[in-house]
Design a protein around this ligand. Structure first.
Ligand SMILES: [Zn+2]
Length: 244
C-alpha cells in the first residue's frame, strides 16, 4: 500500500488553515483527499475524540471507503455524517482529488437572504473574480447530506463547478489538489465578506464586463499556478508552519 503519511499531513494542514481563518463553526467541517488508485479517501474524522478544524493533526485523518465505512482510524474517531458529499464527488468527477466542506458564516448569510455574490473587484484578486464568474453552483436544500441518495443529489446540483453554496448550511469546494480546494474556500469567503461590507457601505456596483473578460482570461491562461503556490505558502506561514 502507498505511503499516505504526506497526503494525511497535507489534509490536516488544510484543516488547520481553514480553522485558523474561522471558516467554519465550532468543530464542524471536514477536508478529504482521494487515495490515488483506490476507491477510498482520507477524511477528517468526527466523533467523541474529534478535534476542531483548527487543532487537527494527522491522527484525526481516517481512511474511509466509497460506501462511507471507516477502514483505518483510531477508536473514537468516526466517519463524518456528511461523508456522502465527498464520496459522490469522487465517484462522479475523476478530476477531483480533494473536497472541502465548511460552514462559513458570511457565505451562509448570502444563501439565507438569497442574494447573489457579485463580481465587485478585479485586480484586487483575479482568481477570486474567476471563481465568482465561472465557479459557483447552488444546492437549494438545507439538510445534512447524510445518505447515498442525498450525496448523489448534491453532486448533481454541484455539477462540474469548483464551489457549491449550500442554503442555510455552508459550502463545498472541489479541486485537483488539496491546496486549490482550500484556496477556493478561502477566496469564496473573501468574496462574501467584500460583498457584505460593500452593501453596508453603499450600493455595490459590479466591475465592467470588459475588465472581467480580460482578468478571467488572464488567470485561465497563465499565472494561476504561481499564485496558488505563493498563496498556499502564505497560509502555511500564517500557521507558523512550513509547507508539507
Ligand atoms: Zn455541513
Amino acid at each position: 500500500m502507498a505511503d499516505l503519511s504526506k497526503l494525511r499531513a497535507l489534509v490536516a494542514q488544510s484543516c488547520r488553515i481553514l480553522g485558523k481563518l474561522n471558516l467554519t463553526k465550532e468543530p464542524s467541517g471536514h477536508v478529504s483527499a482521494r487515495i490515488p488508485g483506490e476507491e477510498k479517501l482520507l477524511i477528517k474524522a468526527r466523533g467523541p475524540e474529534e478535534s476542531g478544524l483548527r487543532f487537527v493533526q494527522p491522527r484525526d485523518i481516517i481512511t474511509v471507503d466509497f460506501s462511507g465505512k471507516k477502514t483505518v482510524g483510531e477508536d473514537g474517531l468516526e466517519t463524518p455524517q456528511e461523508v456522502f458529499i465527498h464520496t459522490w464527488l469522487y465517484k462522479t468527477r475523476p478530476d477531483v482529488q480533494c473536497v472541502v466542506h465548511v460552514h462559513p458564516l458570511t457565505v451562509v448569510l448570502f444563501t439565507i437572504c438569497n442574494k447573489p455574490l457579485q463580481p465587485l473587484y478585479g485586480a484586487y484578486d483575479p482568481s477570486g473574480l474567476r471563481l465568482l464568474v465561472e465557479g459557483l453552483a447552488t444546492y437549494p436544500r438545507s439538510i445534512t447530506v447524510s445518505s447515498d441518495g442525498l450525496g448523489q443529489e448534491f453532486a448533481a446540483a454541484m455539477g462540474q463547478k469548483q464551489v457549491c453554496l449550500m442554503r442555510g448550511h455552508g459550502i463545498t469546494s472541489a479541486a485537483a489538489s488539496v491546496e486549490d480546494a482550500t484556496l477556493a474556500a478561502i477566496k469564496l469567503n473573501d468574496a462574501a465578506v467584500i460583498n457584505y461590507q460593500a452593501a453596508l457601505l453603499g450600493t455595490p456596483v459590479p466591475i465592467p464586463q470588459e475588465d472581467i473578460e480580460l482578468l478571467v482570461g488572464r488567470t485561465r491562461a497563465g499565472s494561476k499556478a504561481v499564485h496558488a503556490n505563493s498563496n498556499w505558502r502564505y497560509y502555511c506561514k500564517l500557521l507558523g508552519e512550513e509547507e508539507n
